[in-house]
Write a new protein. Structure first.
Length: 260
């Protein structure tokens, strides 16, 4: 009986230790600098995205005084209103950046937009549209902003992002967050650059990720969540729980027999 009680106590300690260990592996942004009393500022700076070949831009040119003329600058389809939210229709409505970094607009002709920010592209088109229109208003948006999330997440796949300030947390949120097997310590971010692919490992348990230049997502980013090195540990924990339940039942039965 004494040995069973000792075994029971040992199992309780092991279960409590395992619970604390797994909790530490699953919690985001662990740090003593955070307080319930005062907010902690984590400064970060978003990297400006530069237009690359194969990007797709939505470009609208409007004029309050020359409305009929301004329509000549825009691509229009019969499905523009009813299906504007469809990624496929956005592709048809947009301007593709060719391999030379150029787009071709009605009337304005080819314009080089490679390596320009969205604001600079808008200024470039605005300057050219002013040659033909009075009070022209140019609106430029990047509509090919999509990311891919793979690995130990609840809903892997690729997602369109309609937010130029999207963060890695929003990207993982689109994929339903990490599973219990996803390693918060090793989240790979694969970023496409003109010269190749850039790969970086991010530790989501470390608050310093909030300061990282990789905290904000870029178009065509890929997030890959690695599994824990030993997923079998979860199975071992389940087995330990089973043994714990069996030991508890045995102690209760023996205790009942001793009292009768």
């Amino acid at each position: 009986m004494k040995r069973l009680l000792n075994l029971f106590q040992l199992l309780v300690i092991l279960v409590l230790f395992s619970s604390c260990y797994y909790n530490k592996r699953l919690v985001y942004f662990q740090g003593k600098e955070f307080s319930e009393v005062q907010a902690t500022l984590m400064e970060n700076k978003k990297t400006v995205y530069r237009i690359q070949p194969n990007d797709i831009l939505s470009i609208k040119v409007k004029s309050s005084t020359d409305a009929d003329v301004s329509d000549l600058f825009n691509i229009t389809t019969t499905t523009q209103v009813s299906q504007f939210s469809s990624p496929g229709n956005l592709y048809l409505e947009g301007y593709s950046v060719d391999q030379f970094g150029k787009i071709t607009l009605p009337i304005l002709g080819p314009l080089t937009v490679k390596d320009l920010s969205l604001e600079q592209v808008q200024e470039l088109i605005q300057a050219n549209a002013n040659k033909y229109l009075k009070n022209a208003i140019v609106i430029v948006k990047l509509i090919s902003f999509k990311i891919t999330v793979l690995g130990e997440v609840n809903s892997p796949g690729y997602y369109y992002v309609y937010n130029n300030q999207a963060t890695i947390l929003e990207g993982l949120g689109l994929a339903g967050d990490l599973t219990q097997f996803g390693s918060r310590k090793n989240v790979k971010l694969i970023r496409q650059l003109p010269t190749g692919s850039e790969v970086v490992l991010l530790d989501l348990r470390d608050p310093k990720v909030l300061n990282s230049k990789y905290f904000f997502l870029m178009p065509n980013d890929v997030l890959y969540v690695e599994p824990f090195r030993a997923r079998s540990k979860k199975m071992n924990l389940d087995n330990l729980t089973l043994v714990f339940s069996a030991a508890t039942t045995a102690i209760l039965i023996l205790n009942y027999l001793d009292n009768n």
